[in-house]
Design a protein around this ligand. Sequence first.
Ligand code: FE
Length: 255
Amino acid sequence: MIDIHTHILPGVDDGAQTVVESMELIEQAIKEGITDIIATPHADNPHYDVPQNVVLEKIELLNTEMKKNNVFINIHPGQEIRIGQTTIEKLTNGELLTLANSKYVLIELPTGGIPANTIQIIQGILNLDKVPIIAHPERNRAIAEKPSRLLKLINHGALAQITAGSLAGHFGRNIQKQSLQLVEANLVHTYGSDAHHTKTRPFLFDAGLSYLEKHKKLYAVDIFLENNARILENGEVIILEPKDLGKTKWWKIFA
Ligand code: FE
């Protein structure tokens, strides 16, 4: 299995702080059956901005460490890019990393809302023949209040990544239910752990998939895992037509 969203690189953001913590995360991933990880530290985030050369250096460091310890997983470069005024310029100049050198770009919205220029940025990314993937929309306040806001972004050509822990209940029952509803409405296309730490923010890869299975969403499990593989290979992802949100009863998360 392939994980497209992780914070496993040591000492760069709010993920692993040391090489030991990175190795613990890698061992947890292996136990979950993950073979490939895309390392996506924060870029252009108000708190963290990890440049691409640091991403590549830290991956090399972990490759050496894994060899020393006879542990092995494929780590691919990436970034979780907070969208802003300079996103398009930086992507154009090659200053930002796509997911595993594919055309797919993992973008982050601020937790509190959807900036007014989001559609413009999505269009700008598409104009570069790249495809934006919105990280964990289920954790965005504006989307929680009005999920048709996500539909608008999806209809404009963005994809979305659901976080394993959200489906597993790690962020509470409301986010769990809303996550399932986003899956049911075909508003998410890919699956990632957003793992930061083995105890506080673990992979929960299996737990999230089991929750989908329990709710008879086997097709979604298949599509998510297939799409993750296609992202890694820079292929075309499977997209199901979003369902009518008007008929969906949404949960109010931040009431
Ligand atoms: Fe993240």
